[in-house]
Design a protein around this ligand. Structure first.
Ligand SMILES: Cc1ncc(C[n+]2csc(CCOP(=O)(O)OP(=O)(O)O)c2C)c(N)n1
Ligand SMILES: [Mg+2]
Length: 353
């Protein structure tokens, strides 16, 4: 867990440096070597490390727009992940998706910038494992800002009704961009959402990786043993702005300071010292993480950019066999010419294919 956590933290420190290169102001998404927005997860690492320790490569994990710590703990290929973030051809999505679109089929990892969107695919993966009589488990990570989304609530319902091997992990960092959680939901904590579906709901009230590990062991064990889903919430801390360059003018200074005070990595280091792990060993782990990250980032920066001609490759899904090639009609009975016009839109010209 410690190695996953220090790797994720150092990885994001390096990304931050690279992201800011040549940018003025810091949220200028068109300048610098990393295209687009960047959401960093510093302060969330205890949750992913404690949960993913119990997972195998064939277990499925989905993550939201703040995915790096989860991807690292799940074992996503760090070089190809970095190439994706730098928009390079050898990236996990051929450089077309960026940091919110990391897909690594080798370890069954996916993420998405649409909040709560990882929940239905995790339920699907759990359903597939159950149908195949395998003991695979799926885990969906989401933020506390996503707990009123239909996709999450419907996923909880289906998982409960079908008794599926899935665990939903809410990372509660108290904020959804600039919105404090008490302004958007009346429940005191997100794990209470489980009550409405007659599911076990657990909350780890701190970002203590050992506590997360214990709670996740129970939840994932329960799923793997065929005893159904669990909703697990972990209190984490957003040590950075919502995105790189976020001035955080909405956030009280005391809250920002509190997030800096409680560092889950130092907390775990202290715990390891009490278990006779010496400082030299901890430093060796940190050094190994730094080397791995530096190597991945240097490799990524040397990779070619995608050819413009490849822009439409792998973007549109071919119809599965048995499905007709006929153009779908979008016309509804009595619809205006405007609605019908959508069917004529070419891919990439602003239509919503
Ligand atoms: C369906 C949807 N609505 C709105 C957004 C815009 N959006 C991006 S991140 C975010 C807040 C997410 O907060 P939370 O789920 O708590 O995650 P955190 O950023 O705190 O990790 C919102 C509203 C989105 N990406 N998807
Ligand atoms: Mg949040």
């Amino acid at each position: 867990m410690f190695e996953d956590m220090v790797t994720a933290r150092y990885y994001e420190e390096r990304l931050q440096e690279e992201y800011l290169e040549g940018k003025q102001p810091a949220f200028d998404i068109s300048a610098g070597p990393i295209p687009g927005e960047l959401h960093l997860a510093a302060g969330h690492e205890a949750s992913s490390a404690g949960v993913c320790r119990h997972l195998r490569d064939d277990d499925a994990v989905t993550a939201p727009h703040r995915p790096h710590h989860v991807a690292i703990a799940k074992g996503v290929d760090l070089k190809r992940m970095s190439a994706e973030i730098f928009g390079r051809e050898t990236g996990l999505s051929c450089g077309k998706g960026g940091h919110m679109h990391l897909f690594d089929p080798d370890v069954n990892f996916a993420c998405s910038g649409i909040i709560a969107e990882g929940c239905p695919p995790a339920v699907g993966a759990a359903m597939a494992a159950k149908k195949r009589n395998e003991d695979g488990v799926a885990v969906a990570f989401l933020g506390e800002g996503a707990i009123s989304q239909g996709a999450f609530l419907e996923s909880l319902n289906l998982a409960a009704v079908r008794n599926l091997p899935v665990v939903f992990v809410i990372e509660d960092n108290d904020w959804a961009i600039s919105m404090p959680k008490e302004r958007v939901t009346d429940v005191e904590d997100g794990s209470q959402r489980a009550d409405g579906f007659d599911l076990p709901g657990t909350r780890v009230d701190s970002d203590d990786a050992v506590e997360v590990y214990r709670a996740a062991k129970e939840a994932i064990g329960r799923a793997r043993d065929g005893n159904g889903p669990t909703l697990l919430e972990v209190q984490v801390h957003r040590r950075m702005g919502h995105f790189m360059g976020d001035p955080e003018s909405y956030r009280p200074d005391a809250d920002k300071e509190a997030a800096q005070e409680r560092d889950s990595i130092e907390r775990l280091a202290d715990e390891l010292r009490t278990r006779d792990v010496d400082d030299e060993t901890l430093e060796e782990i940190r050094e190994r993480a730094r080397e791995r990250v530096d190597e991945a980032i240097e490799w990524a920066k040397e990779q070619p950019e995608p050819e413009p001609d490849a822009a439409y490759e792998d973007v549109f899904v071919s119809p599965p066999s048995g499905v007709t090639d006929e153009e779908p009609s979008y016309e509804l009975a009595g619809a205006s010419a405007g609605a019908g016009a959508r069917a004529d839109t070419e891919p990439g010209t602003g239509g919503d294919e």
